[in-house]
Design a protein around this ligand. Structure first.
Ligand code: NIG
Ligand code: FE
Length: 460
């Protein structure tokens, strides 16, 4: 069984930390930093970046100050001297602080992945060749593949196996700069198995080796797989499952008290707008926030419903009409784009991100990690957005940090997604002096070091 061996397991630094002599530093916070940025403000380098030479003072889990390095040294480590070298290096301890010279390396906030299907078992890689033979996502699902296939494998997995695989995946996510992550259930599709997935996520969240997590109940991911020849139509099986979710599964999930949000795959062929509304309203009555999968393969009124329900996010939104998108923007529902999904499905229908930028509608990027889209790398998602959607690397960074954070409350109320005083001390360090390097994707992480709430996941 794989286990995380991570520096996060060390206790948080009792001393402060000083990171000095950064290259370009993306603070992304010309203001209070809690609302999403839109339009031109997402790419405004003058207001979102500090020029080279800044540093950060960190105490415990929080950033205390972001300021020119000389100021920080004078005040907090007068005996320290920059190395003058070209490689990042530890300068040792000075006045109770661990001091590092970043030697001009760029710094960006920790990334926020607000849409993952973190926990599942099994292998769906055979679907790639089915797609090459011309079968669509819908057809593969009708053949018993897709979500139903993963549900069977996940129900067969033990809790230990799910948790162990989850540990490995969380480490991969942090390796790629993610410091705050959402995890959905949705591959159990009966009360016992959905509770088990949420329980496994909770076990992970309680580990000191994990980044902060949020949990979403996605019982309405698909109709559960049926026994051969049970004689019922797809509609009647789905209606019975919706009844079961409302009468039994949701009350049990609320009782369990782990889930923060409810999500539904609102899509023609999966759950209708009416079913989605009923499930979400019941979840919201029980205190859950709403996050939705909408209009992934066709316009089905999902974005308009997300706005009506005041959902935190309307994700995929790949085919949502402009009216639905505009209503999301009016009520503050974020459009969460997931370019990894069209990429793996071989689609050339890329998320309509330019429309959001041109209309100043708030949007985010996430990985959509799932058995089909097997990547927990937000730099990779952003790379796709930059290469296919006409997005600048800084706009993509804002989408994956401050904007994503604005749609997901931190479990302990910390501010995330920006580098400013009193925000969580979560950040990534790049090998060069430019922040744009964060979307360079060579198949490896673009980061040389990652700090998660004051503790190194990967140290300099
Ligand atoms: O967001 N579309 C719904 N859910 C996932 C895919 C699930 C699967 O194919 O296993 C998504 O892409
Ligand atoms: Fe998804």
């Amino acid at each position: 069984m794989r286990r995380i061996i991570s520096s996060l397991m060390q206790p948080a630094a009792t001393m402060g930390m000083l990171l000095l002599n950064a290259g370009w530093l993306a603070h992304i916070s010309p203001d209070a930093g809690t609302t999403p940025l839109t339009g031109d403000a997402m790419g405004d380098r003058d207001s979102l970046l500090h020029e080279p030479g800044y540093g950060l003072l960190i105490e415990d889990t929080l950033i205390q100050s972001v300021a020119p390095s000389e100021e920080l040294m004078d005040e907090h480590a007068p005996s320290a001297k920059l190395s003058g070298g070209t490689s990042p290096t530890s300068l040792g301890q000075h006045s109770g602080h661990d001091v590092f010279d970043l030697a001009g390396r760029a710094v960006v906030p920790g990334l926020v992945d607000a849409h993952t299907h973190l926990l599942w078992a099994g292998d769906r890689s055979h679907e790639a060749s089915l797609r090459r033979q011309g079968y669509s996502y819908h057809q593969i699902a009708e053949m018993g593949g897709g979500i139903a296939f993963t549900v069977r494998c996940t129900r067969d997995a033990t809790q230990d196996e799910l948790v162990s695989e989850g540990e490995h995946r969380l480490r991969l996510a942090m390796d790629h700069g993610t410091t705050f992550i959402e995890a959905k259930s949705g591959y159990g599709l009966d009360t016992k198995s959905e509770l088990a997935l949420l329980e496994a996520a909770d076990t992970l969240a309680k580990s000191t080796a994990s980044p902060p997590m949020r949990h979403t109940w996605l019982g309405a991911h698909a109709t559960p797989p049926s026994e051969e020849g049970d004689g019922r139509t797809e509609e009647s099986r789905r209606a019975a499952y919706v009844d079961e979710m409302l009468a039994e599964q949701l009350p049990a999930v609320l009782d369990q008290g782990i889930a923060d949000s409810v999500d539904v795959f609102c899509e023609p062929g999966w759950f209708t707008v009416e079913e989605t509304e009923e499930i979400c309203r019941a979840g919201a009555d029980g205190g859950l926030q709403v996050r939705l999968h909408v209009d992934e393969f066709e316009e089905g009124g999902g974005a308009a419903l997300a706005a009506e329900l005041r959902a935190r996010t309307a994700d995929h939104a790949a085919w949502s009409d402009s009216e639905g998108r505009a209503s999301c923007a009016r009520v503050g529902t974020l459009q969460g784009f997931l370019p990894g999904t069209p990429h793996v499905l071989g689609s050339d229908h890329w998320p309509p991100i330019r429309e959001c930028l041109d209309n100043r509608w708030p949007w985010t990027l996430a990985s959509d990690f799932n058995p089909n889209c097997d990547s927990l790398s937000l730099p990779f998602s952003a790379h796709l957005a930059v290469t296919h959607c006409g997005v600048d690397s800084l706009e993509a960074l804002v989408a994956c940090t401050r904007n994503a954070a604005s749609g997901m409350d931190h479990p302990r109320g910390l501010q995330t997604g920006t580098l400013r005083s009193a925000a969580a001390a979560s950040l990534n360090i790049l090998p060069g002096d430019q922040v744009d390097g964060w979307i360079q994707d060579s198949g490896e992480s673009p980061f040389i070091a990652t700090l998660v709430e004051g503790r190194w996941h990967r140290s300099l």
